[in-house]
Design a protein around this ligand. Structure first.
Ligand code: UT7
Length: 322
C-alpha cells in the first residue's frame, strides 16, 4: 500500500514582469538580479487571488489525475498569503469546485509549506483516514512585498501548484519524509499581520511586509537542505547516487548550484524554473513538478527528492518513486 502522486496542475497570473520592467520603477538592474539569483522574470497578480490560482491549479491536477472533485476526501492548501483570514483558502476551493466530501484546511509553513502539507496528507492517508487527497501550494506574495525594498521585492513571484494523491495497493509512491522547524531563527524572515486591537489593548500596528536577512537565509539553506536530504536518504538506506532528480525550493539558483556542487552531481539533476517565475514560496515545488510532468520529464519508476525551506524557519525533504 503506497501513497502516490497521480496528477499535477498549476496556475500562474498572466502578467509577466521582467527584470528590465522592475529597473524602470526602482534602482535595480537585470544584471544584478540575474547574477545574484538566476531570476529573469516573474508572474505578478493583477487581481488574481490565492483562491483563484489555487482553484485553477486544483482543477488541472484533478483533470490530469482523472479524478472528480467529489472523490477528494482531504484538501490541504499551503499558503502564507491568503486574502481572507476566514474562511480558509481550502474551504473556498472546496466550495468553488464542489468537493463536498473533502475535509479542507490551510497550513502555513511559508516556503516549506508544500512539503509540510504533503507530509500531513501522507500521514493521514498512511494512517488509513483518507484514500484520495489534493495538496496545493499557492501564494500571491506580491501583496506582502515592500515595493520600496529592492532587496526583497525583486525575488518573489505569484502562482499555485497542486498534486492529487492516491493510496492504493500495488504501487510505488512516497517513501519517506524529514521535517524540521527552528523557531529561534524566526526573525531572519518575517512579515507582520494584525496587532492586538480591542477595547482593552491597542498595540502598535505591525509592519505588514516581508523583512529578510538574505545572507542568513542563504547560509541556512545551503546547510540545512543537504542535511535534510542526507537524513531522508539515510532513513531509507538510499544514497545520493540513487536519486534521479532533485526538486528543490526555487529561492535562488545559486543556492541550488551550491548544493549540486557539494554533492558533485551534474546540475541537470536539479531542474529549475526560477528564471521564469522567481520564488513563489509554497508554490515553487508543485509548479516545478507540474511543469516537468507535463513535459514528460518524470518517468515512471524515477526516484525523486523534494526539499524546501523557508520562514519559521521550516525545512524538510521527501523521497518518492514517480
Ligand atoms: O524562500 C526563502 C526565502 N529567501 C531566500 O532563500 C533568500 C536567500 N538569500 C539570497 O538569495 C541572497 O542573499 C539575496 C539574493 C537576497 C541577496 O544577495 P547577496 O549576494 O546576499 O546580496 P546582499 O544582500 O549582500 O546585497 C549586496 C548589495 C548591497 O549593496 P552594498 O551594500 O554592497 O552597496 C545591496 O544594497 O546589493 C544591493 N542590492 C541590490 N542592488 C541592485 C540589494 N538588492 C538589490 C537589487 N538591485 N534588487
Amino acid at each position: 500500500m503506497a501513497v502516490k502522486v497521480i496528477g499535477t496542475g498549476s496556475a500562474l497570473p498572466e502578467k509577466i514582469v521582467t527584470n528590465d520592467d522592475l529597473a524602470m520603477i526602482m534602482d535595480t538592474s537585470d544584471e544584478w538580479i540575474k547574477e545574484r539569483t538566476g531570476i529573469s522574470k516573474r508572474r505578478l497578480s493583477t487581481g488574481e487571488t490565492v483562491a483563484d490560482l489555487a482553484t485553477a491549479a486544483c482543477e488541472r491536477a484533478l483533470e490530469k489525475a482523472g479524478k472528480t472533485a467529489e472523490e477528494v476526501e482531504l484538501l490541504i492548501v499551503a499558503t502564507c498569503t491568503p486574502e481572507q483570514l476566514l474562511p480558509c483558502v481550502a474551504c473556498q476551493i472546496q466550495d468553488r469546485i464542489a468537493a463536498k466530501n473533502a475535509v479542507a484546511f490551510d497550513l502555513n509553513a511559508a516556503c516549506g509549506g508544500f512539503l509540510f502539507a504533503l507530509n500531513t496528507a501522507y500521514a493521514y492517508m498512511s494512517a488509513g483516514f483518507y484514500k484520495t487527497a489534493v495538496v496545493v501550494g499557492a501564494e500571491v506574495l506580491s501583496k506582502i512585498m515592500d515595493w520600496e525594498d529592492r532587496s526583497t521585492c525583486v525575488l518573489f513571484g505569484d502562482g499555485a501548484g497542486a498534486v492529487v494523491l492516491e493510496k492504493r495497493e500495488g504501487i510505488d509512491g512516497i517513501l519517506g519524509f524529514v521535517q524540521q522547524s527552528d523557531g529561534a531563527k524566526g526573525h531572519v524572515l518575517s512579515c507582520g499581520s494584525r496587532a492586538v486591537n480591542n477595547p482593552y489593548c491597542k498595540q502598535e500596528p505591525l509592519y505588514p511586509y516581508v523583512i529578510m536577512d538574505g545572507r542568513e537565509v542563504f547560509q541556512f539553506a545551503v546547510r540545512q537542505v543537504p542535511a535534510c536530504i542526507n537524513q531522508v536518504l539515510e532513513n531509507l538506506d538510499m544514497t545520493i547516487e540513487d536519486v534521479d532528480l532533485f526538486l528543490l525550493h526555487q529561492a535562488n539558483a545559486r543556492i541550488i548550484e551550491t548544493i549540486a556542487r557539494r554533492y558533485k552531481l551534474p546540475i541537470d539533476k536539479f531542474p529549475m524554473n526560477i528564471s521564469e517565475y522567481g520564488n513563489m514560496s509554497s508554490a515553487c515545488i508543485p509548479v516545478l513538478m507540474d511543469q516537468l510532468n507535463r513535459e514528460g520529464e518524470l518517468k515512471e519508476g524515477m526516484k525523486l527528492v523534494l526539499s524546501g525551506f523557508g520562514a519559521g524557519l521550516t525545512f524538510g525533504a521527501c523521497t518518492m518513486i514517480w
